[in-house]
Design a protein. Structure first.
Length: 415
């Protein structure tokens, strides 16, 4: 088949994306991450404490763990479905808006949850919907952005994750102080960001003749990406998993750390201050690393530097579990995570096995975002109880991020 016959949806983009498209993707991602992290950082811990104060850590861990299992399944599944969608509205946009609606519905359920079962159901809906949305928004990068621009766009995506986290904490601790109101405002932001992106940006259609075939069993089997056949993808996935595991171990119980270990008098405000420092540093790290990485066409040195910076941030809290140490660790973690995210998407989109499976393969990549949310609560429970408390937890976080740096050195196809 000639190159001219290949539809736009399956070609490698060569035209640089414009600021308008980038801004709308940025806003959609802010809404997505606010919808995930405002609950994780503030609302779910508070709700767990309201429902069962004596076992708040366990309730929070169980709810987030079950939700993370749902996210692990939803992300590649929705990605695979979007790869095979031949709608006249495009491959990605129908699933983006469906995911936003499902996620918003879950947030509404959480706003009314009076027991742990309903709380778990609501969070599962949030994770299913927003991880489906994540699969399609992430695939917009290899769909639309040329390789030479991907680190800069990846940096902006990393900044959007930070801003979603910081704005989420600000909204639900300062602007809207009630638990139900926090969930409802988060739902509105998710819907607004998704609608703006879907209504104002193009989405290439896939002709029915190019839809991948196969029976259901073959389609499901296609979710597996062989490490032997695609070693660079496997090593990059492992690096992404360890970075996210380290980040989850270091941040998932941050509110409880401030309250129970640091004994900061106002943990909500303390969390907001740390998120502000983290966010400012992340922005600097992401923009700087994205610009210089694209300019030099080098990715791995920035990952190595990021893994060291993040590990140092965790080790500060191992040796000095104090408020001044937290003030120093937050920007160090932010600049490292920002630099990592700027080049991570560039690396991961460059090692994808096939253009026709971009969203499915990126859904598999996004498992490396979601799976740590399953593992971290289980590991954290054991560490806090048996392996050194918060010092052990932050040591594990540092070890995970350093291992990520080791794994990225095994990727051969990216400089």
């Amino acid at each position: 088949m000639s190159q001219a016959a290949v539809p736009e949806a399956l070609t490698e983009p060569v035209v640089r994306v414009r600021p308008g498209w980038t801004s709308l993707l940025f806003l959609a991602n802010i809404g997505l991450w606010l919808g995930i992290y405002a609950p994780i950082q503030v609302l779910l811990p508070k709700q767990a404490e309201l429902l069962d104060a004596a076992h708040k850590e366990t309730v929070f861990g169980v709810v987030t763990g079950i939700g993370a299992v749902v996210s692990v399944l939803a992300n590649p599944a929705i990605g695979l479905l979007s790869d095979r969608t031949c709608s006249r509205f495009g491959r990605r946009h129908p699933w983006t808006i469906a995911g936003a609606v499902t996620g918003a519905l879950g947030l509404v359920v959480l706003s009314q949850a009076g027991n742990i079962v309903v709380m778990t159901l609501g969070w599962c809906l949030v994770q299913a919907g927003l991880n489906g949305m994540l699969a399609t928004l992430t695939s917009a990068i290899p769909d639309r952005v040329p390789i030479a621009q991907r680190a800069q766009i990846g940096g902006l995506v990393g900044i959007s994750q930070m801003l979603g986290t910081v704005l989420g904490a600000l909204v639900v601790t300062v602007l809207v102080t009630s638990l139900p109101g926090g969930y409802l405002v988060s739902a509105a932001v998710v819907l607004a960001g998704a609608a703006a992106f879907v209504l104002r940006t193009p989405d290439a259609t896939l002709p029915a003749a190019f839809r991948p075939g196969g029976r259901f069993r073959e389609i499901v089997a296609n979710l597996w990406i062989s490490p032997r056949a695609h070693p660079d993808f496997a090593w990059a996935w492992g690096c992404h998993f360890m970075i996210n595991l380290g980040n989850a171990l270091g941040t998932l119980y941050l509110l409880f750390f401030l309250k129970d270990a640091v004994r900061y008098p106002d943990p909500d405000t303390g969390l907001l201050i740390l998120m502000g420092l983290y966010g400012a540093a992340l922005t600097v790290g992401a923009l700087t690393a994205g610009y210089f990485s694209d300019r030099a066409n080098r990715r791995k040195p920035y990952v190595l530097g990021a893994s060291v910076a993040m590990a140092l941030a965790a080790l500060l809290l191992v040796f000095w579990p104090t408020w001044p140490a937290a003030l120093a660790a937050a920007p160090l973690l932010g600049v490292g995570f920002g630099a990592y995210w700027a080049v991570a998407l560039a690396i991961l989109t460059e090692v994808l096995p096939a253009a026709q499976d971009r969203a499915k393969d990126l859904g598999v990549v996004n498992i490396a975002n979601s799976l740590p949310q399953v593992i971290a609560p289980l590991v954290t429970t054991v560490i806090l109880a048996e392996l050194g408390g918060y010092s052990g937890l932050f040591t594990a976080s540092a070890a995970a991020t350093l291992l990520a740096g080791v794994l990225i050195t095994r990727v051969r196809g990216v400089a």
